[in-house]
Design a binder for this molecule. Structure first.
Ligand code: ADP
Length: 674
């Protein structure tokens, strides 16, 4: 791989967020487990220590009761011993009367005190008298010299013992007192107290059990009958006799050859304050009597069995867990054990642990929800902030744009204003120019008119001068005929000048128009007749295409002037041609009558089409025309309420279209009638 010189990134160095999450979750789970474990341990220890305190109190109470109930019987043998008949019987054992009295005494005392049996032994241990003398299997004659209580009494002490009676097979506690005479032990009085009675006085709740073991760890008295004649594991019993630690079943003479089996009690662990946690398996599991290792003990200590498994069964069917405490009662030679059922502790522990777990989970979930909610709120606030910022930015942008647009608008407005001003200025300039032009045109027209008039007048004036000069010369020579001819010419010229003046006057002074019903054909014929000499001279053919009897509203003289002007112009235009033709078409329409006059002249140059009706516009040479004809004609037609237009025909030549109001008799009559 080519070295790029870039910094290498080690992704493993940084924890990926999901990995970190996983790690945190693992930590949380581990922490939760630890807390639960500690809670379980703590509450288990707490409940256990409480139970321990309570059971210690109960144990003391039971021990006290037991002690008291036995102490009640302690002096019974002594009472008997001081009786005369007893002492007498010991002195003379063959005395049947004394025997009978002793037996009766014992029976009576036995019945009164509630003890099981009372009997009298001679120094050899042979029974002399007994409370059960009248029973088939009475003690009389039997020798108890080997019994420890007898031996103790013979030594002058109060003998105590407990055992199963060889006859009655009942468990009993034996008190043996020496019967002294003159300081010498002459016999022994024995009282047996039934253990069953003691057991019956034990009231246990079922959540606790009591038992008593002898100095060999054998259960002798028990609140639970099934546990009787079981031997405790040596590790737990207070026995000092290692020979009794044999695991198998043994028989004991003390217990009337009853089979002694190991008690399937497994050592759990010790409590600091005293007591052991033990397990009792009624089926005899193979855990044996061995002391468990510390590790095992520790493990058991925290072992929480499911509630079902620890439900107490008073049939002894299930493995049970107890807190066991003992109290050695040395004066009696036994040890009292109190067992408190701790399955409830396990249930309580489980409850507390579950409760704590639920609370922690609830707290955790609550915290989680709270954190999530806060995060959501923060996110929402952030979003709102962002959108607010975005809005502000958009608003700013908008404002900028509006400003820009406003600036543009203002600029274009200014531009427009300046353009308008410019246009106004241009317009003004144009108007000025137009005015100047009009002025110039007026001046030009004036010049034109002056030139025209002076020309028109100069010519005849010059002619008149020369004619009159000539006439004077001719008068001198007395050539009167020529003078006359000259004067005639002068008169003609002045007439022409007068005509010109008349024309000018017509243009200058407007007279009001008075229209009447005029026959168009008549006026046209009259006009042609006036022009006839020129028409014939020029050999012009005139074609008239007319509608019959067309009457218009006009002034006949002026209409003649109009038609004469148009036809005269046509003749002027056709002058240079060889063949000359004028076509006149009269068309009558609804309200108007049109007269089209088409000559075959050169037509009107396009650029002049708009100007020919202007006064003093002429293309003719000076002296030929003043340019007033069409202008006057246009005014007359307008006065009639008609129109006059000039155009060029497609086949050549100019076309003048005259439009005049038509006179309709019917309409007129209708109007009159209306
Ligand atoms: P004038 O006849 O004195 O020139 P008008 O006003 O009658 O004045 O005519 C103006 C001009 O119109 C003429 O100079 C001529 O150029 C033009 N014009 C009028 N009639 C015709 C026509 N039929 N053909 C060609 N040009 C014409």
């Amino acid at each position: 791989m080519a070295s790029t010189g870039q910094i290498e990134v080690h992704p493993g160095r940084k924890l990926h967020p999901t990995r970190l999450k996983g790690f945190v979750v693992m930590l949380l789970v581990a922490g939760f487990g630890l807390v639960i474990w500690q809670t379980a341990k703590f509450s288990y220890d707490f409940f256990l220590s409480q139970t321990q305190v309570q059971s210690q109190q109960k144990l003391n109470l039971y021990a006290q009761n037991l002690r008291r109930s036995l102490e009640r019987y302690e002096f019974l043998p002594l009472l008997h011993a001081n009786h005369n008949s007893i002492a007498g019987l010991l002195a003379s054992p063959e005395n049947s009367e004394l025997l009978a009295r002793s037996n009766a005494l014992m029976e009576r005392v036995n019945r009164l005190t509630g003890s099981a049996e009372t009997y009298l032994l001679d120094p050899t241990g042979k029974t002399l008298a007994a409370s059960n003398w009248d029973q088939p299997e009475n003690f009389i004659g039997r020798n108890f010299g080997a019994e420890p209580y007898f031996k103790a009494a013979m030594q002058g002490r109060l003998g105590r013992y407990y055992a199963i009676g060889s006859n009655s097979s009942e468990r009993g506690y034996y008190f043996a007192s020496p019967v002294r005479r003159a300081g010498i032990v002459r016999g022994v009085i024995v009282t047996i107290i039934g253990i069953e009675d003691i057991e019956d006085s034990w009231w246990t709740t079922g959540r606790s059990e009591l038992f008593v073991t002898d100095d060999k760890g054998i259960i002798f008295i028990s609140s639970r009958p099934a546990w009787r004649y079981r031997r405790l594991p040596p590790s737990l019993s207070n026995t000092s006799d290692p020979h009794n630690a044999s695991p198998g079943s043994v028989q004991s003479a003390r217990y009337n050859q009853t089979a002694i089996t190991p008690f399937n009690l497994t050592y759990g662990h010790d409590l600091e304050t005293g007591g052991h946690v033990v397990r009792i398996n009624p089926f005899g599991d193979s855990e044996g009597d061995t002391l468990p290792s510390d590790a095992e003990a520790e493990a058991r200590m925290v072992q929480i069995e499911p509630p079902v498994a620890v439900l107490p069964s008073y049939e002894g069917r299930q493995v049970e867990n107890f807190l066991m405490q003992n109290l050695p009662m040395r004066e009696l030679g036994w040890t009292l054990y109190f067992l408190a059922d701790i399955s409830a502790i396990r249930r309580q522990t489980a409850t507390v642990t579950i409760l704590v777990g639920v609370v922690i989970i609830a707290l955790g979930l609550g915290t989680g929800f709270w954190v999530q909610r806060r995060r959501n709120l923060a996110q929402r606030a952030e979003l709102q902030n962002q959108s607010r910022l975005a809005l502000e930015a958009a608003y700013g942008e908008l404002e900028n744009r509006v400003d820009e647009r406003t600036r543009d608008l203002v600029a274009s407005n200014q531009l427009l204003t300046s353009e308008i001003q410019e246009r106004r200025r241009t317009e003004q300039e144009l108007r000025q120019t137009q005015d100047d032009l009009v002025q110039a045109e007026k001046l030009a027209a004036l010049g034109h008119i002056s030139a025209g008039i002076s020309h028109e007048l100069n010519q005849p004036l010059t002619a008149i001068r020369s004619f009159s000069d000539n006439a004077r010369k001719l008068l001198d020579r007395e050539r009167f005929e020529d003078v006359d001819s000259n004067l005639g010419l002068i008169s003609e010229l002045t007439g022409r000048m007068a005509q010109l003046m008349k024309q000018l006057r017509t243009f200058a002074r407007k007279t009001p128009v008075q229209t009447s019903v005029v026959s168009l054909q008549e006026i046209l014929t009259r006009t042609i007749d006036v022009l006839r000499p020129r028409i014939e001279e020029m050999q012009v053919s005139i074609e008239i295409d007319e509608a019959p009897d067309v009457r218009v509203l006009a002034d006949s003289l002026r209409l003649e002037q109009v038609l004469g002007n148009i036809l005269g112009n046509a003749l002027d235009a056709m002058a240079p041609l060889d063949e000359r033709r004028i076509q006149v078409a009269i068309r009558s329409k609804a309200r108007m009558v049109t007269v089209k006059i088409h000559d075959n002249g050169p037509g009107i140059p396009a650029e002049y089409l708009n100007e020919i009706f202007d006064p003093f516009f002429t293309t003719k040479d000076v002296g030929q025309g003043l340019g007033l004809g069409l202008s006057i004609t246009y005014g007359i037609v307008k006065d009639f309420g008609g129109t006059l237009r000039a155009s060029n025909h497609a086949d050549g030549g100019a076309v003048f279209t005259l439009s005049l109001p038509r006179y309709d008799e019917e309409q007129q009559q209708e109007r009159k009638a209306g």
